[in-house]
Design a protein around this ligand. Sequence first.
Ligand code: XUL
Ligand code: CO
Length: 447
Amino acid sequence: MRRTVFIGEREYFPGIGQIQYEGRESDNPLAFKSYDPTRVVAGKTMEEHLRFAACYWHSFCATGADPFGPGTRVHPWATGKTPRDRSRERVDAAFEFFSKLNIPFWCFHDFDLAFEGGTVSESEQNLCEMVELARERQDATGVSLLWGTANLFSHPRYMNGASTNPDFAVVTYAAAQVKAALDATVELGGSNYVFWGGREGYACLQNTDTRRELEHMAIFLERARDYGRSIGFDGTFLIEPKPMEPMKHQYDFDAQTVIGFLRHHGLAGDFKLNVEANHATLAGHSFAHDLRMAADAGLLGSIDANRGDPQNGWDTDQFPLDLYDCVHGMMVVLEAGGLGDGGLNFDAKVRRESTDPEDLFIAHIGGMDSWARGLLVAERVLADARLTELIGDRYRSFDSGAGARFERRDLDLVALRDLAASAGQPEARSGKQELVENLINDHIVAG
Ligand code: XUL
Ligand code: CO
């Protein structure tokens, strides 16, 4: 159960109190208009359906730097004299933010939370100290950990990959980090552990032994799984697909690639997918497509909620304020029976030009309201008999007779040929795309 606002030694967001649900009539930018955590939709509260999480890296570490210029935001929690002081301040600022926003979960990388030391042991110690502090703050606020992960992409040692690095010495460093990050995740009661392999891929196909690298990646994931289980981690391991950036090609290209990889290596019992909107679009798919592929495989674990920009070909990590994305996404989630122990993590950053402290609240409030609207609309769309009938009708020919026998694998290719030869040309049957799109639009405006 979450408690009231947490304020540490210093208040980092003065003038902003607990964000409340005020309903659609409210014109307060610091209030929820649609996200009412206690409202019941399709048998569960909005809070239970949506399982929102804030991320530590974009909101509390990043300052808005881009390849053309430095950060534009000066964080009041980054003023301490030593890296250790700054890490501790950041935890307080983050938990003040989480509790004021009334967000139930958070996510972190090892070296967002702690600063990397000069040696493996020093880094482990730093992380342990910060985990202890975060645990106290979790207890004080009731905010829980959705997932932890290790940053295996920023340090120059990972420039040629982490678990897929051609140099075994680097692979061992990656293992050390994953071990410590798993320990931290267990200590903080996290329900998932994420692998996003930013550098697990290649920049040049001609200097890379891809067969060997993919094998190494599978071995590494097995070892991580075994260690996690040995220390009592009974949650879900998640792979987060992304096709490229920073590498030219990343092995976790998209949902279907990862599903194939997991099944090929016998990992699908312990691993699921963390689908990120902007990664799906970089792969040339829609967000809903990757969600659907993961859900169809029974491997939809969690979501990194954000969006890209159609005019930019990179990972802009904008807040997910596109209503269609949220509606289409929630349609998949509801049909899949929910997110289970996964959640909706805002892997999103305010724009470089959004420099007011309140912008961080406004962005998250917008994301939470958009997904809440997505939930309400998706529930209505899925309950609309016209859609279920339309889809049922499209596949009716498989429900009985020869079509059903085909699905039961009773017909061979010759039998199929003979059916075609005796029946003549199939009739044209409309897919009714515009009708379906109109129907969804009608439900969006009706709410
Ligand atoms: C990078 C990305 C990461 C992962 C965690 O594109 O999405 O923040 O979510 O490492
Ligand atoms: Co992500």
